[in-house]
Design a protein around this ligand. Structure first.
Ligand SMILES: NC(=O)c1ccc[n+]([C@@H]2O[C@H](COP(=O)([O-])OP(=O)(O)OC[C@H]3O[C@@H](n4cnc5c(N)ncnc54)[C@H](OP(=O)(O)O)[C@@H]3O)[C@@H](O)[C@H]2O)c1
Length: 337
């Protein structure tokens, strides 16, 4: 089988296509013929060595994908042959609160990822795929989808009439927009592009702010909400956005701390404004298998479709990763096999 590996150093120049034997499932494991994988900002962080400078090579990158079960190992009985499955991002986190041990079981670093024609995984680390979604659509769910679901529904408990802010128009943000609309919330999207803001309105966004043209976008949110602020803000920018998220928050509101698109630390955290807003800052780390399954029920019930930016064939996986690194997309980049 063909697979892509990161070896001999960091960066896209060190991604190579290799031939490997098809792996054999052991006890409690299944063999999956991969159909599609989707890319996340994290994948470039892994490939560039930013996430884990101590990474063990060679590593098959990419955490999210969908495939079909083609062999069952001894004692494997959760799925039938031919069923479509997705791997959960944090393989050992099934339900309830996570433990520190869970964090070393994430796919695509430190565990081997899915950018291979066949993978073997424990059946406990899989979920069924929503029926109405194509392979390409379903491949987008494990990291970006579950993170947004966790932030908006499981922790955020967003309800009808709430005002939710999502930052940018990448994978997590557009899922958060879609889930917030399912809950009946009003959604404000920020983006560097007016054209992307118009597309976000097509997905149901109620208001858009161009954060390049309006550097003080927190003030624009306060103005738009008659000075009250937003009930929930999904903070994806991190370094350059967290203080503005606090400033744009309603008293008693919640910020989901999710991303680090503009930096992984904040200089001068606005503690007093946070106290004055009684801000709840809740960090999110993707989610459990149970959250993934809950999300799939909602996606199926509402016949929700993920937003796909572009599709690449497996032979052009490096081109797809370069597209991710270059940053101009709306929604998800997917590689189909
Ligand atoms: N904690 C977790 O569990 C978790 C899970 C998934 C992802 N993440 C993190 O969340 C972030 C988003 O991930 P993703 O996969 O959705 O990324 P993505 O698809 O690559 O999204 C990138 C988009 O974010 C927007 N953006 C970039 N810089 C921004 C800034 N300073 N302020 C506001 N928006 C900005 C841009 O939108 P426009 O082009 O519209 O401006 C860009 O297109 C990343 O930092 C990722 O590492 C964390």
């Amino acid at each position: 089988m063909k697979a892509y590996v990161l070896q001999g150093g960091f960066g896209l120049d060190h991604i190579a296509e290799v031939d490997r034997p098809i792996p054999t499932p052991g006890r409690g494991e299944v063999l999956i013929r991969m159909k599609a994988v989707s890319l996340n900002a994290r994948d470039i962080g892994v490939i560039d060595g930013f996430y884990n400078p101590e990474l063990k090579e060679p590593l098959i990158p990419v955490s999210d994908g969908v495939g079909e079960i083609v062999a069952l190992g001894e004692n494997a009985g959760r799925f039938r042959m031919g069923e479509r499955v997705s791997a959960i991002f944090t393989q050992s986190w099934k339900s309830g609160e996570a433990t520190q041990e869970n964090w070393v079981t994430t796919l695509g670093s430190p565990l081997q990822g899915l950018l291979a024609e066949y993978v073997v995984l424990p059946e406990e680390g899989l979920v069924r795929v929503p029926q109405h979604l194509s392979d390409v659509e379903a491949a987008t769910l494990p990291c970006a989808g579950v993170t947004a679901w966790h932030a908006i529904v499981e922790e955020g408990k967003v309800k009808a009439g709430d005002t939710v802010v999502v930052q940018g128009t990448g994978g997590v943000s557009l899922f958060a927009l879609q889930f917030a609309k399912l809950q009946g919330a009003k959604v404000i999207v920020t983006s560097s592009s007016n054209e992307k803001l118009a597309r976000a309105r097509g997905l149901g966004a109620d208001y858009g702010i161009n954060y390049k043209e309006t550097a003080e976008w927190d003030k624009a949110i306060l103005e738009h909400t008659q000075g009250k602020g937003a009930d929930h803000i999904v903070d994806l920018g991190g370094g350059a956005t967290l203080n503005r998220s606090i400033s744009a928050l309603k008293v008693g509101g919640q910020i989901s701390i999710v991303g680090i698109l503009s930096g992984a630390s904040v200089e001068g955290l606005a503690i007093v404004p946070a106290i004055l807003r009684r801000a709840r800052l809740q960090a999110i780390n993707v989610g459990s298998r149970a959250m993934f399954e809950n999300m799939n029920v909602a996606i199926e019930h509402h016949r929700l479709y993920p937003v796909i930016d572009s599709e690449y064939p497996f032979s052009q996986a490096v081109k797809a990763l370069s597209h991710l690194a270059e940053g101009s997309y709306f929604g998800k980049i997917v590689i189909r096999y």
